[in-house]
Each structure stands twice: as structure tokens, then as C-alpha cells.
Ligand binder design. Structure first.
Ligand SMILES: [Zn+2]
Length: 214
């Protein structure tokens, strides 16, 4: 696999880079100026640049398990996503932030599985089975309280994925400089859900609180 990646890089250099050398030297000379930030899942099947036909320099991307945004917290712990958000909003001054969720998300499955166990034990304490994963995905636990986990996965999985996107949009607004930029109309935030089975994109419409097929 690693060899095929190295071959891929040779291919990129030979075909893509040499055909677009002016474009790349401008990117080096002028620096990056993407207008869009995307927060997407680490899932290998959901690559924002491929999905949206984007070129180098177009997208400022952060990928993490289940494309989650934790609420704003100012402390001395390491904040990878917070620092990316800060750079995107304050320095790059992106116009849009997109939370890109997807169907069949393993991170959301881990969260649903935990919630299902908890429901079966009638909310008595359920222990984490992983060192980091469950604690991380529980960022969206509060957004799943209305779900009936006896019916999970099926449609419940998709509802959980979409509710989690809405929760991340809410958490984005807890960052003071994001909410300020939103009020000043300098920034817009979006929640999108990619159905990888049918290759459909669903966009959250806050006016009717639902996802609509693009
Ligand atoms: Zn995922």
C-alpha cells in the first residue's frame, strides 16, 4: 500500500504538478487564502477534496472522528480543532465553515452503541470500552436523547449522524469570535450530510430544522 502511495506521488508530480506549475508557484508565493473551512470525518471514504472537486488552496480542512466540534472551552488542554478554527476565522477570514457528516459513520456508531447499552441498563453507568473514542464521540450524546436505540442501526443511525451535525453547528456558535463573525455577516456555517450509498448530499436548512437533498 505504501508503495502505491509513493507511485501516486510520482504521478502527481509528473502530471498534475508539472502541468500546473504556475498555479503551484503562485500558491507558494502568495500563501494560502482558502475561503472555506471543512470539518469532516477521518473516514477514508469521505475525502472533501475529491467530493467537491476542489484544488489545492481551496479548502482549509480538519478531519476528526465523526466530524465533531466540541463546545468552546478555554483551558490549558490541547485544542487541535480550536486552533484550526481560530486560524481559519481570525487569520484566513474564511467566509464559510461546513460540517460534513456522512452515512455509515463509525464514530457515530460507537456513540449509538454506547447509548444503546446505557438505555438497556436503564441509564445506570456504562463503562467506556476505549481509551479515547467514546469520550470523544460523547460530545454529541446530548443530541441523541430523543432516539429509540432499540431500533438502531437502520434509520436511527442516520438521524444520529444528522443530529450530531446540528449539535456541532450549535457548538461552533459557542466560540465567541465565531458568533461575532456570524452576527456581523462575515461568516456562514453549514451542516451537510453525505449519503455514500446513493452519493447524495443533504444540506441542513435551519428555517425548517431539517436536511434537504441538494
Ligand atoms: Zn465518520
Amino acid at each position: 500500500m505504501v508503495n502505491s502511495l509513493l507511485n501516486g506521488f510520482q504521478n502527481f508530480k509528473k502530471k498534475y504538478f508539472s502541468n500546473e506549475s504556475d498555479f503551484f508557484s503562485k500558491l507558494v508565493k502568495n500563501g494560502q487564502a482558502p475561503k472555506t473551512m471543512i470539518i469532516s470525518c477521518s473516514d477514508s471514504r469521505v475525502d472533501p477534496a475529491i467530493l467537491f472537486n476542489a484544488k489545492p488552496g481551496d479548502l482549509f480542512v480538519v478531519r476528526n472522528v465523526a466530524n465533531l466540534v466540541p463546545p468552546f472551552e478555554k483551558d490549558d488542554v490541547y485544542h487541535g480543532l480550536g486552533s484550526a478554527l481560530e486560524y481559519a476565522v481570525k487569520t484566513l477570514k474564511v467566509h464559510d465553515i461546513i460540517i460534513l457528516g456522512h452515512s455509515h459513520c463509525g464514530g457515530i456508531s460507537a456513540l449509538c452503541s454506547f447509548c444503546k447499552k446505557e438505555a438497556e441498563k436503564q441509564n445506570s453507568k456504562v463503562k467506556n470500552e476505549t481509551e479515547f473514542i467514546e469520550n470523544w464521540v460523547k460530545i454529541s450524546k446530548g443530541a441523541l436523547t430523543d432516539l429509540d436505540f432499540s431500533k438502531w442501526p437502520g434509520e436511527t443511525q442516520h438521524i444520529a449522524e444528522k443530529n450530531s451535525i446540528k449539535n456541532s453547528l450549535k457548538n461552533l456558535k459557542s466560540f465567541p469570535w465565531i458568533s461575532k463573525s456570524l452576527v456581523e455577516n462575515k461568516l456562514a456555517i453549514h451542516g451537510w450530510w453525505f449519503d455514500m450509498e446513493k452519493a447524495n448530499l443533504w444540506c441542513f436548512n435551519k428555517k425548517n430544522n431539517s436536511f434537504e437533498k441538494f
